[in-house]
Ligand binder design. Structure first.
Ligand code: GLU
Length: 552
């Protein structure tokens, strides 16, 4: 009876029972093999790559099994909340192609029938369960303030016993209704604690999806489940939400591994089915010869946003992460170059239990592969969207020269072995700048970068000679023959063999002649195929540039 009084005293406004809540969260209608997973970030900043990695695993596990992946915002710690985090997180998830079926939307609305998906909107739900635990004698109010807790700790330290609020040290564990009422009516702040039935002498064993079989001592601490402000702790909200929302598999960072005994105890006390857990080691950063965790403050490249700003296509990072998740992905990708990475089935037991290393070279290679599979038009669309946000100069150029830019981006792309030169969108402009007249003009102001073995006078002779015979409509063979003829006329060897047999006899070889034409048109010594470049530049521009070179 006194438990009932206690529950009423502490929660007079809570009128619902757990059964009322259960009726709002019926079991999901899914096949038994379907997994329900979630990403549950706290809105305390932007998404970090470790979070993105764990999220991709959760999303894949759900969707590869025709299950459900949802987003839940854990915003019960208002002090740590950072403005716009939720929007940033949603933006990042969408950019990296991690699609959630349920959760908060930009509009402030939500999708899905198992919400609300923000914990701050679920306070009443938690209270129903907390009140019920008090009523059952499984939880109790604790009026200890920091001084009281400090005293307990000092005594425990003196006696060299485990510190904390447990067993005989838990001062209010057996608080009577009368004591509680007195404190309550005096307005003393209180928390609600779980009355632990665990003993540190007993061990629990559980099988982690990633780390394999593990053993822990049971939790014997009377942990706080509701804070003085009436909000639930992370542990409690986790149990309630993941049960009601039907989560079957919890994939999260291994900083939560030590909380597993608490979580198992909470699920058991509440009579809930315990989800499967998989704990992931943090992604590591290579620094010189050693590796370390990404630092939240120091490492800009530890945030998902960084990769978006640099212009890595969202799917490139996801595709790269697939390599880290299961190392046999690489082999699969080679055998299936045109399939979506989503067709690969991931396995948690094949994951690396210790921290995966973020290898930038490998990421760049994967990203180059991903971009090489796109058409010129697709590259244009991605680049245009990226430039709009991150590079106004490029955006302006693309906007003014849409067709021209698509043709530029198409060079070397439609063949069997497409070019693999861009790893990220910020790589593109420096490589194609010479195509745009305004940038080319600026570049040649400081002079043409001729190869050292050809003088400027001879170079002008080459370009003049070429401009006289050049026909835009010529095919590649005729075009190359023209260059060969010109080489011969001007004292250059027509082919390498000739040149090598008698180098002193020639000013150079046909390659040098082509190089001069390349420099006149692009002011570069390395470019994609020169014939293709001239086709894209168009007749008028090619003649203008040759003229400009001759007159310079
Ligand atoms: N809100 C917790 C965090 O941001 C979620 C942990 C979990 O996935 O259970 O770390």
């Amino acid at each position: 009876m006194s438990n009932e009084h206690m529950a009423e005293l502490l929660f007079p406004d809570v009128n619902q029972l757990p059964a009322d809540i259960y009726s709002l969260y019926p079991p999901r209608k899914l096949p038994s093999s379907a997994l329900v997973t979630r990403f549950a970030p706290s809105p305390t900043g932007s998404l970090n790559i470790g979070g993105l990695y764990a999220t991709l695993i959760s999303e894949r596990l759900a969707h590869q099994s025709n299950g459900v992946f949802f987003l839940r915002i854990e915003d019960t710690d208002k002090k740590r909340e950072i403005k716009d985090s939720i929007e940033n997180i949603i933006h990042s998830l969408l950019y990296f192609g991690v699609d959630f079926d349920e959760g908060p939307l930009f509009s402030g609305n939500e999708k899905g029938a198992y919400g609300p998906y923000k914990q701050s909107s679920r306070i009443q739900i938690y209270k129903v369960f907390i009140k019920h635990l008090v009523l059952e004698g499984l939880a109790y109010p604790c009026f200890c303030d920091t001084d009281d807790l400090q005293k307990i700790r000092i005594n425990q330290q003196k006696l060299k016993v485990t510190t904390g609020y447990y067993g005989k040290w838990a001062k209010h564990r057996d608080i009577t209704f009368q004591q509680a009422e007195e404190e309550f009516l005096n307005g003393k702040p209180f928390v609600i604690r779980l009355k632990s039935t665990g003993s540190s002498d007993r061990r629990i064993s559980y099988h982690d999806l990633v780390k394999g079989p593990l053993e822990f001592p049971e939790n014997n601490q009377d942990i706080v489940i509701m804070k003085t402000d009436g909000l639930p702790t992370y542990h409690f909200a986790h149990a309630i939400d993941d049960y009601l929302m039907g989560t079957t598999h919890v994939i999260r960072g291994d900083e939560w591994l030590s909380s597993v005994p608490i979580h198992i105890q909470l699920f058991e006390t509440l009579g809930f089915r315990i989800p499967e857990y998989g704990h992931i080691a943090p992604i590591m950063k290579q620094v010189g010869a050693s590796k370390r965790k990404f630092s939240k403050r120091k490492d800009l490249d530890g945030t998902a946003e960084y990769y978006k700003e640099q212009g890595y296509p969202g799917i490139a990072l996801s595709e790269y992460f697939m390599n880290l998740i299961n190392s046999d992905f690489e082999e699969w990708r080679m055998a299936n170059p045109h399939q979506s990475f989503r067709d690969f089935f991931i396995h948690t037991d094949k994951m690396n239990a210790s921290g995966a290393l973020l290898d930038m070279n490998k990421l760049n290679d994967v990203s180059k592969d991903v971009i090489s599979r796109l058409t010129g038009k697709q590259v244009f669309d991605h680049l245009y969207t990226w430039a709009k946000e991150f590079d106004s100069e490029l955006y302006f150029l693309m906007d003014k020269n849409k067709e021209y830019t698509i043709n530029i981006l198409n060079i070397g792309r439609t063949m069997k072995k497409p070019r693999k030169d861009y790893a990220k969108w910020s790589d593109v402009l420096p490589m194609i700048a010479f195509f745009y007249d305004e940038l080319f003009e600026k570049d040649v102001l400081s002079g043409y970068q001729l190869p050292t073995n050809v003088s400027f006078d001879v170079a002008k002779e080459i370009v003049l000679g070429f401009s006289k015979t050049y026909k835009f409509s010529n095919g590649k063979d005729d075009w190359f023959n023209e260059i060969k003829e010109l080489a011969g006329d001007l004292g250059f060897a027509k082919d390498m063999k000739q040149y090598k047999a008698n180098p002193d006899h020639y000013k150079g070889h046909v390659g040098d002649v082509a190089m001069v034409i390349r420099v006149a048109l692009t002011n570069r010594t390395t470019t994609p195929d020169l014939f293709d470049i001239m086709k894209v530049m168009g007749e008028k521009r090619v003649f203008e540039r040759m003229q400009k070179f001759i007159l310079s």
